[in-house]
Design a protein around this ligand. Structure first.
Ligand code: HEC
Ligand code: HEC
Ligand code: HEC
Ligand code: HEC
Ligand code: HEC
Length: 407
């Protein structure tokens, strides 16, 4: 009987303890949900998206495909541009899947709110990995696939932004030459920020251009959207127009895709005479010049680089001497993002690389010069599991020289 009583008392005590615990836990949980989180607003330009855009009157959608029903050549050109692949790009998609890539990565690649699945209203405690988001009821998946599409640059507040205005257009046109200036390009092609200790955005193409000799003379648009004369739409009279393929480095996004290059670099090779005497040395030099780019070479993505290869083959075809030089930046990403070196070519800068070989025998030696431009190194491509359909480099220059070495 006493034993039973004791047990009863214990149970009662236990129940009180459990109740007390329950109350504390629910108070904690409730306070977490009821008290406002510290939500900080988005401040940096790249944290923000272009607000939702309605379809301008007279049009059926914002899609490039539909603009292309009338502006046929523009659509064909744009489709070959890297802008059209800014979302589908395999490397971009691979990076986006990583936890280290914050929400803001998409803002220059699919810049319209219409293209984004979520609406981000702020950051929890200022943490870029904790965006406060809700589903976007107007999310347009097809428009997302188009990346940097016609509407990214041309549609604002129910108007098509143009530079001249047109009575003939079936859609409202608003003239805004400041919006459609190089400022538009620079808004994405210049970001220099350390976002987190291991994540830095370093596109300095705009700053490089501003500091260089082309400033005030030629700009992003005059070089990358060359002027031409043609009808804006088939059947209309010719007008001043701009090429919309946005040619650049020419490194395609897929093996099956042709990508247009502006060819900014000149390469000059100085080789020995066709015939030399055994005992003479074969000296070879390659001079590279940033002859036509309005910024440094390479520019933009810090993973880009050039290789300058000089190779000597013996009469038997064996590689007997080789030198390799690299132009580009080197970065360390861990434990903190830091630029280690940078020998990019300044505007107009020329650099000469030399090497030589003392031939060991007579016969015909073959000298090869190869200058290649790389999107990224093989290690990065492998790390991101990019397959054979993703081109990593293109040949900028190739030359083969035969030298006869005689007694
Ligand atoms: C401020 C705008 C901006 C933001 C934000 C941005 N990008 Fe980009 N991204 C660019 C531009 C501009 C290029 C093209 C650069 C070039 O070709 O020189 C680019 C190119 C790329 C490419 C292609 C690289 C190549 O070799 O061609 C990848 C991949 C990429 N970005 C991933 C990301 C990731 C991941 C993030 C987030 C950490 C991000 N981007 C955020 C503007 C941006
Ligand atoms: C039904 C045909 C049609 C469609 C669809 C169409 N446009 Fe046009 N657009 C025109 C015509 C016609 C003009 C005027 C051409 C002229 O003046 O020679 C024009 C003019 C323009 C201009 C030049 C404005 C200026 O200031 O000179 C721009 C930019 C433009 N359109 C962009 C677009 C975009 C972007 C889309 C898709 C969102 C689009 N258009 C859809 C027919 C169309
Ligand atoms: C909304 C952001 C945005 C705007 C605006 C923008 N770009 Fe881009 N641009 C990009 C991104 C992102 C890429 C790279 C896409 C990729 O590699 O997947 C790119 C790629 C390019 C390339 C190709 C680079 C290469 O690899 O050869 C050129 C050239 C270029 N842009 C020029 C321009 C010019 C000129 C303008 C202004 C008329 C402009 N861009 C406006 C974001 C932008
Ligand atoms: C990266 C930004 C960008 C994209 C993407 C873009 N445009 Fe343009 N577009 C411009 C700029 C900048 C101009 C004005 C050039 C100037 O007059 O200096 C322009 C001009 C035009 C014009 C006026 C005539 C001319 O050629 O100058 C038309 C029409 C046009 N664009 C249609 C389109 C269509 C259609 C698409 C999609 C298939 C498209 N644009 C995509 C930036 C862009
Ligand atoms: C004087 C003409 C000129 C001007 C001005 C100019 N560019 Fe270029 N740009 C070029 C040439 C030429 C190339 C091709 C380089 C090459 O040979 O791969 C190029 C390449 C690029 C690339 C690819 C970079 C790389 O190394 O792979 C991007 C991105 C680019 N330009 C964007 C811009 C932007 C944005 C502006 C304005 C701030 C601009 N360009 C101004 C001529 C120019």
């Amino acid at each position: 009987m006493t034993r039973l009583l004791k047990l009863g008392e214990l149970n009662r005590r236990n129940i009180i303890v459990v109740f007390a615990l329950l109350i504390t836990i629910s108070a904690l949980v409730l306070s977490r949900y009821l008290s406002p989180k510290n939500i900080t607003p988005l401040t940096q330009s790249w944290e923000k998206v272009i607000p939702h855009q309605d379809i301008p009157k007279g049009l059926v959608s914002l899609s490039a495909k539909d603009c292309g029903v009338c502006h046929q050549e523009y659509y064909k050109e744009w489709k070959t541009s890297t802008h059209a692949h800014a979302w589908t790009d395999l490397q971009f998609q691979a990076e986006l899947r990583k936890e280290s890539s914050p929400f803001l990565c998409i803002n220059c690649h699919i810049p319209l709110q219409n293209q984004q699945e979520f609406i981000v209203s702020g950051l929890e405690n200022g943490d870029i990995y904790k965006p406060v988001k809700k589903p976007n009821p107007h999310f347009d998946k097809d428009l997302q696939m188009e990346g940097i599409t016609c509407a990214s640059c041309h549609v604002r507040d129910g108007y098509i932004i143009g530079k001249t205005g047109s009575e003939l257009a079936p859609h409202p046109v608003k003239v805004d030459s400041i919006h459609l200036s190089e400022q538009l390009c620079i808004s994405c092609h210049n970001a220099n920020a350390v976002v987190t200790p291991t994540l830095a955005c370093t596109f300095e193409t705009g700053d490089e251009w501003k500091a260089g000799p082309y400033f005030g003379k030629q700009n992003c648009i005059s070089c990358h959207m060359p002027e031409m004369h043609r009808p804006i739409m088939p059947g209309l009279p010719e007008k001043k127009s701009h090429y919309h393929a946005f040619p650049g480095s020419g490194i395609p996004k897929l093996v099956s895709l042709k990508s247009e290059s502006l060819d900014g670099m000149d390469v000059k090779v100085e080789a020995p005479k066709k015939q030399v005497i055994l005992g003479d040395s074969l000296s070879l030099s390659v001079t590279v010049v940033n002859a036509r780019a309005g910024h440094r070479l390479p520019s933009g993505d810090p993973e880009r680089f050039y290789l300058i290869n000089m190779k000597f083959y013996s009469p038997a075809g064996d590689l007997v001497h080789q030198t390799q030089n690299r132009i580009g930046e080197r970065w360390q990403w861990y434990p903190e993002a830091k630029k280690l070196s940078d020998n990019n070519l300044n505007i107009g800068e020329s650099r000469r690389y030399k090497t030589a070989l003392q031939p060991a025998q007579t016969g015909t030696y073959t000298l090869k010069v190869e200058v290649t431009k790389h999107r990224m190194d093989e290690e990065t491509a492998k790390y991101n599991k990019l397959g054979d359909e993703y081109p990593l480099f293109i040949y900028v220059y190739e030359e083969e020289i035969k030298i006869s070495v005689e007694e």
